[in-house]
Design a protein around this ligand. Structure first.
Ligand code: LMR
Length: 330
C-alpha cells in the first residue's frame, strides 16, 4: 500500500468513527424560563426533563434554565426562533407581537376560575390557538397553568379600583394589560419579570399584578404593603417550540417528547393550585404585605372599571373566541 492510500484509509476510518460518535450523541434540548424552580412552571419544566430523558435514553438531554438565567423576557422568543433554545413557556400575555388571538386570555374577569380556563384551553378553539403562530415559526405544544392574578401595591389599602388611581404599575408586555391599568386611572409600565423586584423596592413602580406563586418566589411581598385578592385575571403559559426544529426531529424523538410534554403538563397543572395556595399562606404568615379580601361589591366595582378593555380588544381577538371562552365558565 502506498503512503497516500494509507493516509486516505486512515482519514476515512476516522471520519466514519466521528460520524458514528456524532450519531450517538444525545440531542441537546434547552428549556429556558423566567421563574424560580419551586413554581408551577419551574416544576413542569423539571418534570419534562425527567420524563423526556427516561423515554428517550441516550437520545436526548434536556437542560433546564430557570430564573431568566439563559434568556429573560426580552430575548427568549427571538432566541427560540434563532435556534438558541428549543423550548420556552412565556405567559400568554407575552405573545402580543406574534398573534392578537392570545390576547383573549388577558381580558379582565373573563374566566371564573382555573377550571374554566382549562375547559377553554382543551376546547377546539383553545387548541387552535396552539397553531396560531405557525406562520411566524412558533408552535404551541401545551398550555401550562399558573393561577389567578392578585394586585399588590406600596399603599395601605387595595380593595377598590380607586386605591390604584395614579399609581405606577409594572405590567407584562401586553397591550390589554396596558389598557386595563389605564382604565383604572393608573400608569402602566411594561417591564421584564427579572427587573420587577428592584423596581418595586426602589419605587420605580408602586405595584404589580401576579399569582401568589410569583409574588412569593420573587419576594415581591417583602417590598409591598398590601395585596388585594382581586382574582381579576390569569397567568398561564404556552409552551412553544421552533416549528422547523420540531419538524426536523426524528419521528421517534418527536413522539417521545410529545408524550413527555403531555405527562409533564398533567403533572404541572395538578400541582399549580397547591403551590399557589401554599405560597399564599407563606405570604400571610410572613406578615409583611397585608392580604386584603374583597367583598362582592368591591369585585363588582373592579369589573365595571375594567369593562372598557373588552370593547377595545373585541375586534382584534374576535367575538367567536371570546364567546367560546365565556362558555367555558358554565
Ligand atoms: C410575569 O412576567 O409577571 C410572569 O409572566 C412571569 C411568569 O413567567 O410567570
Amino acid at each position: 500500500m502506498n503512503f497516500r492510500l494509507g493516509c486516505a484509509l486512515v482519514a476515512s476510518a476516522l471520519f466514519s468513527f466521528a460520524a458514528t460518535a456524532a450519531a450517538q450523541q444525545p440531542i441537546i434540548i434547552k428549556f429556558s424560563h423566567v421563574v424560580a424552580e419551586k413554581t408551577p412552571k419551574g416544576q413542569g419544566a423539571l418534570k419534562f426533563k425527567e420524563l423526556a430523558e427516561a423515554k428517550l435514553p441516550g437520545k436526548v438531554q434536556v437542560q433546564v434554565f430557570p430564573s431568566s438565567q439563559l434568556f429573560g423576557d426580552a430575548k427568549e422568543l427571538e432566541a427560540l426562533l434563532l435556534g438558541d433554545v428549543q423550548f420556552i413557556a412565556p405567559s400568554l400575555s407575552k405573545f402580543d407581537r406574534y398573534t392578537k388571538k392570545t390576547q383573549v386570555f388577558d381580558l379582565p374577569f373573563l374566566f371564573d376560575d382555573i377550571a374554566a380556563v382549562d375547559r377553554f384551553q382543551s376546547s377546539p378553539k383553545g387548541q387552535e390557538l396552539l397553531n396560531s403562530m405557525r406562520n411566524r415559526g412558533l408552535l404551541g405544544v401545551a398550555y401550562w397553568h399558573n393561577g389567578m392574578k392578585q394586585m399588590s401595591s406600596n399603599r395601605d389599602r387595595l380593595t377598590r379600583p380607586e386605591d390604584v388611581k395614579g399609581l405606577k404599575f409594572r405590567i407584562q408586555a401586553s397591550d390589554v394589560l396596558e389598557a386595563q391599568f389605564r382604565a383604572l386611572g393608573a400608569n402602566p409600565q411594561k417591564m421584564a419579570f427579572s427587573e420587577v423586584y428592584q423596581a418595586l423596592q426602589t419605587g420605580v413602580v408602586d405595584g404589580q399584578e401576579n399569582t401568589w406563586s410569583n409574588t412569593y418566589s420573587q419576594k415581591f411581598f417583602e417590598v409591598q404593603k398590601s395585596i388585594g385578592e382581586t382574582n381579576h385575571g390569569l397567568i398561564d403559559y404556552m409552551v412553544v417550540t421552533n416549528v422547523k426544529w420540531w419538524d426536523g426531529l426524528p419521528a421517534d424523538v418527536r413522539k417521545g417528547l410529545s408524550e413527555a410534554m403531555a405527562e409533564a403538563t398533567a403533572y404541572g397543572n395538578k400541582v399549580a393550585n397547591d403551590i399557589n395556595e401554599a405560597d399564599r399562606k407563606k405570604i400571610a404568615d410572613a406578615g409583611k404585605a397585608k392580604i386584603q379580601t374583597l367583598s362582592k361589591e368591591d369585585t363588582a366595582a373592579w369589573r365595571k372599571a375594567m369593562e372598557p378593555v373588552w370593547k377595545k380588544f373585541e375586534g382584534d381577538i374576535g367575538r367567536d373566541l371570546i364567546d367560546a371562552a365565556l362558555k367555558s365558565n358554565s
